[in-house]
Design a protein around this ligand. Structure first.
Ligand code: BTX
Length: 326
């Protein structure tokens, strides 16, 4: 019903439409129209009301149009099933709850997460209508130790999609995209499996698309940003999601077919924020200054200390902190 009222209000944008006409059209009482209007106002719709004139839609939140998204998406598997929510605790939690019975490629998207999560149980702030908070369920026939490669595929897909929008960005290995040295996207890969056998992978992608400065909490203000803050204009989230899912599928299918990450690694190397730079390698309480020198064929980071000793870092095992603020 809410959606139907919104549709009528949008058809009559910038002019008043009486409660009576809406109630006749939808075959419900004027009181219930009034109740729905109150709910819509709480959700961020600005609706003016004037006696004897009715309601006028002034502005509305940027709600994702999933029908448009599904219609335009031209993938074979990824996003063929989409679950869309107004609010969830975390799309990764939702995805894991249904993953065993779900098809490969199912996608969970929410307008808001109340318990969005980063790695190691860290929080991920996910304000309503402003970001892309989504998870992809995958069931590849690969060994569990290959799961981190999917993080690299997702990072490459997001980075290339940002390029298409004209947004200069870098990949901060293993799981972040940064703009002007600030984090704009994080990727959280989780999996379920036994030794040698993977049941599923859930790849969570969080993008600060249209967040404003006020949406960034004090603890992340210095190191986080959004596309809108950097670009000065609102991003069309449907198009961004479509582009990412299509690029992800292309790179993912190539990886499964060729068993090689070459296409992904070309992007990850070219767009790397770390390669050639001095970074801190953090191991527990200790941190070491090293140079990030390369990505190996498995997508692992190779670093070198000042004595020339090389070390290969597996994602998730050790975290890297740049000398700058990312
Ligand atoms: P991470 O552990 O690398 O980063 C988490 C850290 O990033 C936090 O501790 C905080 O300092 C900072 N942070 C929190 N929120 C934001 C934000 N919105 N923008 C920038 N920095 C932030 C990164 O983990 C992986 C994040 C994945 C998020 C997606 S959203 C869809 C899916 N569902 C879910 O619960 N998580 C994933």
């Amino acid at each position: 019903m809410k959606e139907k009222i919104v549709k009528i209000l949008k058809q009559n944008k910038n002019k008043y439409i009486s409660g009576e006409i809406i109630s006749d059209e939808l075959n419900v009482t004027r009181t219930s129209i009034w109740k729905y209007i109150s709910v819509l106002r709480k959700e961020g719709y600005v609706i003016d009301s004037a006696s004897r004139k009715g309601y006028k839609l002034i502005s509305y939140p940027d709600v994702l149009d999933i029908e448009v998204l599904e219609r335009k998406l031209s993938t074979n598997h990824i996003g063929k099933t989409i679950y869309y929510y107004d609010t969830v605790d975390s799309t990764n939690i939702k995805a894991k709850n249904i993953a065993l019975d779900e098809n490969n490629g199912a996608v969970i998207i929410s307008e808001e997460q109340t318990k969005g999560r980063g790695r190691l149980g860290r929080d991920w702030i996910s304000p309503k209508y402003k970001g892309v908070w989504m998870s992809i369920i995958l069931k590849p026939n690969i060994p569990p130790e290959d799961a981190p490669k999917i993080t690299q595929i997702a990072a490459a897909a997001v980075s290339k999609s940002f390029d298409d929008l004209g947004i200069k960005n870098k990949i901060k290995w293993p799981n972040d995209i940064v703009i002007n040295k600030k984090k704009v996207c994080g990727i959280l890969t989780e999996m379920s499996g036994e030794i040698g056998r993977l049941k599923y992978i859930v790849i969570g992608i969080g993008i600060n698309a249209n967040l404003d400065e006020k949406d960034l909490t004090d603890d992340i203000k210095e190191m986080a940003t959004s596309i809108k803050i950097e670009n000065g204009s609102i991003v069309n989230r449907e198009n961004l999601i479509i582009d990412i899912l299509e690029k992800f599928e292309y790179l993912y299918e190539d990886f499964l077919k060729t068993k090689s990450l070459n296409k992904t690694l070309d992007i990850c190397s070219e767009k790397s924020a770390l390669l050639g730079k001095m970074v801190y390698l953090v191991k527990g309480e200790e941190r070491f200054k090293v140079r990030a020198i390369d990505l190996d064929s498995e997508g692992r980071l190779i670093v070198e200390d000042k004595l020339g000793n090389k070390e290969t870092i597996i994602s998730g095992e050790i975290s890297i902190r740049g000398l700058e603020n990312y």
